[in-house]
Design a protein around this ligand. Structure first.
Ligand SMILES: NC(=O)c1ccc[n+]([C@@H]2O[C@H](COP(=O)([O-])OP(=O)(O)OC[C@H]3O[C@@H](n4cnc5c(N)ncnc54)[C@H](O)[C@@H]3O)[C@@H](O)[C@H]2O)c1
Length: 326
């Protein structure tokens, strides 16, 4: 049994809470949230980490981004392993402070890029690595959803931290890093179409060190069926459209995601490519990520995404943010 604390039970923290409570191998040792209404019946509740007086092995931090570094450092000093939501921190400097705190106190800090635990993402990575489509050359990704206006009523979401760059594209960038390695170049454009002090719509081009160039169209102001959560049905809050939102083109074929449709058999444009749909097992990525956290706590696994890896994703995100000038 792995005993976990949970700090923050807002939008994503409530999902972590429910998954921990439902899991036979996990115990919710306590909830830390300054808002007592966010505590849970039967679970010890605390207003701050300093007040926690129950035993635990690790803590899930699902608090506003600016609190990730101070809370992770405090937790590490208490000997707690940490699973912190993305982005790892608000700045690269704070991400490094967190990584050093983990080193100093002999604990692990994992970052919640949970898509790496999605069975379809893992199957996609296998297809790309297998050479089925040859060497990947280019890809096209869409994340085009409309968030309700009241999503932005929370103070920390009003500015740049609430833009889809740090909230949503960060997952896509991490997934692309999983597939294609490190990003070497970032260029793009962004604009604000809502009356707000943050960009909501844009496009960018990323080059990866493996030689892949990816175009990304992103917006949280348009209600389309194209985006990771809609395509995969990963979020209980977003209807499942099953539409593809990522297409990867290689020297011998192509693959679409999340349908996992592989196109192959054509040597050039005069020949007809044939599609083959690949299967993937079922599994809830947030649950699989918690199980991975328990494995890391027990010393059975290394972190799939640690603070320094997540900092490389954050560095790309900060570059994309620079494509916007208010
Ligand atoms: N992995 C994902 O898909 C995903 C989705 C949404 C949000 N997030 C990330 O999770 C974090 C939280 O986002 P959210 O949308 O759930 O926020 P939210 O505003 O809905 O909830 C934040 C919660 O943290 C609590 N809180 C604030 N300060 C605290 C502190 N010092 N200690 C303990 N609790 C504190 C608040 O009372 C609130 O309950 C952000 O970093 C965000 O980027 C990740």
């Amino acid at each position: 049994m792995t005993r976990l604390l949970l700090a923050g039970t807002g939008l994503i923290g409530a999902r972590h809470r429910d998954h921990i409570l439902a899991h036979p191998d996990l115990t919710l040792a306590g909830i830390v949230d300054p808002d007592p209404a966010r505590h849970h019946p039967g679970v010890p509740g605390f207003a701050s980490l300093a007040e926690v007086d129950v035993e635990a092995d690790g803590i899930v931090l699902a608090t506003p981004t600016g609190t990730h570094a101070p809370l992770a450092v405090e937790a590490a000093a208490r000997g707690l392993h940490v699973l912190v939501e993305k982005p790892v921190a608000d700045t690269l400097e704070n991400a490094e402070v967190m990584a050093r705190a983990a080193d100093d106190h002999g604990v692990r800090i994992l970052v919640g890029h949970h898509r790496r635990h999605h069975p379809r993402v893992q199957r996609l990575a296998e297809i790309v690595a297998s050479g089925t489509i040859g060497r990947p050359l280019a890809a096209s990704l869409m994340w085009l959803m409309r968030k309700p206006d009241d999503y932005f009523d929370v103070a920390w979401r009003a500015g740049i931290d609430g833009a889809p760059i740090k909230q949503n594209l960060i997952h896509d960038v991490d997934t692309l890093r999983m597939l294609f390695g490190e990003v070497t170049d970032v260029t793009g454009l962004a604009q604000a179409t809502r009356d707000a002090a943050r960009p909501d719509t844009g496009g960018c081009v990323l080059r990866f060190d493996a030689g892949v160039i990816v175009t990304v169209a992103w917006s949280d102001a348009t209600p389309t069926p194209w985006g990771f959560e809609a395509g995969t049905g990963e979020s209980p809050h977003i209807p499942h459209t099953k539409q593809d939102s990522l297409r990867i083109a290689g020297t011998h074929g192509a693959v679409e995601f999340p349908s996992l449709t592989v196109w192959s058999g054509a040597a050039h444009w005069n020949e007809e490519p044939t599609p083959q749909v690949h299967a993937a097992e079922d599994g809830i990525p947030l649950v699989r990520q918690l199980e991975h956290f328990a494995d890391v706590v027990a010393g059975r696994a290394d972190a799939v995404v640690d603070a320094r890896s997540a900092a490389r994703t954050l560095a790309v995100i900060l570059e994309i943010e620079r494509t916007w000038s208010a």
